[in-house]
Write a protein that binds this ligand. Structure first.
Ligand SMILES: [Zn+2]
Length: 329
């Protein structure tokens, strides 16, 4: 989740309609339309508005990483990310903010992408450090938050780092230089202002912050958060609003195509897109940046997806393909 605390923005009233508007958004990315039509054709169990089934008794309780493999089309990416963020500090030889792996050749050679795995598994043990307020231009906000989890205890921080590593592998295969804001290699954080600065200092061509939401059961689907136009204090997003929207629309469209997931049924009016001006990670960015909330960890059906390694690989493909589309123009 991208917010916790007193300045929590109440979710918009839940909307069930998402047909025409969603198709319109998908059409913005031609390649996504086919995926969306497939999704419509095969139907989805997301439209029942249920939310009555209790999590913890079904697939959502499966152990992290236990369900990867069949259905994943990239064995190497799956393998590289299947540790679910645990014990990575001892296995990763690379400092967080330097690129890992040799810069390959490929269509994205020379492009720099910063991936921001939301939260940090260590935040739960460092509540005083992460509650320190930092300047986000419009106001002061907590350095970082713990994030949410499924009802069975699979944390958002585990999820974000796992998906981020899969995205990194896919982008590196295209030749991109990929940097992380954290790679499970620090005790907590970084703070949201530092997360933004890492993208800025890298002169990143694109930055994506990966999250999963913690909303009410029955609320389902993904949404991409775009920076609003903010010019206040140290924040000035005016130059990144347009390119960030382009990046976000491409990711939304390709996320639909790759995962078959529907855009959020509780925020964004079925478009899968929402604009916010209250996130430090966006307010302080000087390079194109979006957040993606990949699903709702508190909904049992979404949780069953989020805890599936095969689904996370699809999610990573959607995100990486969206970035590739944006960078190639
Ligand atoms: Zn989050």
């Amino acid at each position: 989740m991208s917010y916790v605390g007193p300045d929590f923005d109440p979710p918009q009233p839940r909307r069930s309609r998402r047909g025409p508007l969603t198709v319109a958004i998908a059409a913005l990315v031609p390649g996504a339309l086919a995926g969306w039509l497939v999704w419509q054709a095969v139907g989805s169990d997301s439209g029942d508005g249920g939310g009555s089934d209790k999590a913890g008794s079904g697939a959502s309780s499966s152990a992290p990483g236990s369900s990867s493999a069949p259905g994943s089309s990239s064995a190497s990416a799956t393998a590289s990310a299947k540790d679910d963020g645990k014990a990575s500090a001892s296995t990763s030889p690379n400092p967080t903010v330097s690129s890992s792996g040799p810069a390959a050749s490929g269509p994205l050679k020379g492009k720099v992408v910063v991936i921001d795995p939301g939260h940090n598994s260590g935040n739960f043990q460092h509540t005083s450090e992460i509650s320190r307020k930092v300047d986000i231009g419009t106001n002061w906000k907590e350095c970082d938050t713990t994030g949410t989890s499924t009802n069975a205890g699979y944390t958002e921080a585990q999820f974000t780092l796992n998906v981020a590593r899969r995205v990194r592998t896919l982008l590196q295969q295209k030749g991109a230089t990929v940097k992380f804001t954290q790679d499970g290699d620090r005790a907590w954080g970084p703070c949201v202002d530092e997360r933004a600065k890492i993208g800025d200092k890298a002169h990143a061509d694109a930055v994506v912050s990966i999250h999963a939401d913690g909303s009410a059961a029955g609320n389902r689907g993904f949404h991409v958060i775009l920076p609003g136009s903010v010019h206040a204090g140290i924040a000035d997003t005016r130059a990144i609003v347009a390119p960030s929207r382009d990046l976000g629309e491409r990711i939304a469209g390709l996320f639909v195509r790759e995962t078959g997931s529907a855009p959020s049924n509780y925020i964004g009016d079925g478009t899968g897109l929402v604009v916010r001006k209250d996130l430090g990670g966006l307010n302080l960015s000087t390079v194109p940046k979006v957040f993606i909330e990949c699903g709702n960890m508190r909904d049992s059906k979404d949780a069953a997806l989020l805890t599936s390694g095969a689904w996370r690989q699809k999610a990573a493909r959607g995100i990486s393909e969206g970035i590739v589309s944006f960078l190639r123009g």
